[in-house]
Design a protein around this ligand. Structure first.
Ligand SMILES: *Cc1c(COP(=O)(O)O)cnc(C)c1O
Length: 390
C-alpha cells in the first residue's frame, strides 16, 4: 500500500530510539532521557492565561486566515524589529506557520522543480532531506565539520551542483551540533546564494535559546531578503512545542508560494493560539524567558562538567539546549548510545542519526532536571571506554 517515495526516506532514527526507550521503561528501569529535543518545562503562565481568554472568543472557533491574523503578523514584525533591528512588512514579509517543521516540510513543494538540487547541512534535522525528496528534489549533503566550527565549507561544493541548486538549508543555532553562525558566515552564505541564484532557507528554531550574545538573523545581512526566508518558532523559545505555531519571514514571493501550497493542505493556525502567540511575542523579554535560558545554562554546566570528569571531551555550547560531544574512546555513536542505555539507563542520540557526517558524536538534550543530570553523570562515570586513539 505504501507509496514508493516513502522508501527513499532515510530511517527516522528517533522512532527506533523511542521504541527501545519504551521497552526499557516497561521493564521497570529508571531511564534518564536526554533524547528528545522537547522542553520539559511548561509554557509560561502569561501565555496560558492569554490562551484561556482567547479560546472563549467565538471568532476563533472559525477558520483563521491561512497566512495568519494581522495582529500575529504585526507582533512577529515588531519582535523582529526589536530583537534584530530588521523592518519587515507584516502584510508581505511575515506569515504564520503551524510550527517551523510544517513550513520546512512544505517549502520545497513551493520552490523545487523535479531534479533541482537542495543543499542540506549534515549532520542536520532530518526534515530538510525528506521534504526535498517529497518535492522530487535531489538532496546534496554539505558536511559540517568540527574544524570549521560546524559551518558548511561552500568552496567544497562542486560547480555543477551549485548550478543545479535551487535551495540551501541552513540552521543556526544548530541542531544537533549547537554551533552558532557569525554575521561573517551569514554574509558569505548570502553572497553564495546571490551568485548562484539559490534560495537560502534558514531554520532559526533556536534563535532565542542562547547563553552568550544573542544569535543573528540572516535578514540582518544587507539585501538578504532577496535570496532568503527564515523560519522562527515559538516552540523552543516559549516551551510551546505542543501548540504548533511559528512564523516565516523574508522573500515575499517565496512566502506567497509557500502560502499557496499551504492553502491546499492546511487551514492555518487555530486563532486562539495565534492570539496567545501574539502575547508571547509582544513580551518575549519577560523574566520567564530569560529564566528559562538560565535553567538550561545551569544544566549545561552540570552536564559538561560531569562528562569531563568521566573523561569525555565535552565542550559547553553557546546556544541551543544540546550538548554535542565526541564519542569517548573512539567507539561509534550507535555503540556509545547502546551502552549508555543498556549499562546506565541513559538515552542519548547517536550522531549517525543525523547523517553519516554526524558519526563520532552523540547528542544530549538539556531537557532533564538538574538532579537527574547529576545522577546521570554518576552513572556515566562508572562506564569504562577502551582508550583507542581518536
Ligand atoms: C524543534 C525543531 C524544529 C521544529 O520546531 P516546530 O516549530 O515545533 O515545528 C525545527 N528545526 C529544528 C532544527 C528543530 O530542532
Amino acid at each position: 500500500m505504501r507509496a514508493v517515495r516513502l522508501n527513499r526516506l532515510p530511517p527516522y532514527l528517533f522512532v527506533e530510539i523511542d521504541r527501545r526507550k519504551r521497552a526499557a521503561r516497561e521493564a521497570g528501569r529508571d531511564i534518564i532521557d536526554f533524547g528528545v529535543g522537547d522542553p520539559d518545562q511548561p509554557t509560561p503562565a502569561f501565555i496560558v492565561n492569554a490562551m484561556k481568554e482567547a479560546v472563549h472568543e467565538a471568532r476563533h472557533h472559525r477558520y483563521a486566515p491561512g497566512v495568519g491574523y494581522p495582529e500575529f503578523r504585526e507582533a512577529a514584525a515588531r519582535f523582529f524589529q526589536r530583537r534584530f533591528g530588521v523592518e519587515l512588512d507584516p502584510t508581505k514579509e511575515v506569515i504564520s506557520v503551524i510550527g517551523s517543521k510544517e513550513a520546512l516540510g512544505h517549502l520545497p513543494l513551493a520552490v523545487v522543480n523535479p531534479n533541482d538540487v537542495a543543499l542540506i547541512p549534515q549532520p542536520g534535522y532530518p526534515v530538510y532531506e525528506s521534504a526535498t525528496l517529497f518535492a522530487g528534489g535531489v538532496p546534496f549533503a554539505m558536511p559540517l565539520r568540527e574544524r570549521n566550527g560546524w559551518l558548511p565549507a561552500f568552496e567544497e561544493i562542486p560547480q555543477d551542483v551549485l548550478r543545479r541548486a535551487k535551495l540551501m538549508f541552513l540552521n543556526y543555532p544548530n541542531n544537533p551540533t549547537s554551533a552558532t553562525a557569525t554575521m561573517d558566515f551569514l554574509e558569505k552564505a548570502v553572497w553564495v546564494a546571490r551568485s548562484h541564484e539559490i534560495l537560502i532557507v534558514h531554520d532559526a528554531a533556536y534563535a532565542e535559546v542562547y547563553f552568550e550574545k544573542p544569535p543573528p538573523s540572516i535578514l540582518q545581512v544587507e539585501g538578504a531578503s532577496d535570496v532568503s526566508v527564515e523560519f522562527h518558532s515559538l516552540s523552543k523559545t516559549f516551551n510551546m512545542t505542543g501548540w504548533r505555531i511559528g512564523f516565516a519571514v523574508g522573500h515575499a514571493d517565496v512566502l506567497a508560494a509557500l502560502a499557496a501550497v499551504k492553502s491546499n493542505v492546511d487551514s492555518g493556525v487555530f486563532g486562539a493560539i495565534q492570539q496567545a502567540g501574539t502575547v508571547a511575542l509582544n513580551r518575549y523579554d519577560r523574566p520567564e524567558i530569560s529564566a528559562q535560558r538560565e535553567l538550561y545554562l545551569r544544566r549545561r554546566d552540570v552536564l559538561v562538567a560531569g562528562l569531563r570528569e568521566a573523561g569525555w571531551h565535552a565542550i559547553a555550547p553557546r546556544a541551543t539546549f544540546f550538548v554535542w560531544v565526541a564519542c569517548p574512546g573512539g567507539v561509534d555513536s550507535m555503540a556509545v548510545c547502546s551502552r549508555l542505555l543498556e549499562e546506565a539507563d541513559i538515552v542519548a542520540v547517536p550522531g549517525i542519526g543525523f547523517g553519516e557526517h554526524g558519526e563520532g558524536f552523540v547528542r544530549f538534550a538539556l531537557t532533564v532536571d538538574e538532579m537527574r543530570i547529576r545522577e546521570a553523570c554518576t552513572r556515566i562515570a562508572r562506564l569504562e571506554w577502551a582508550p583507542l586513539p581518536r
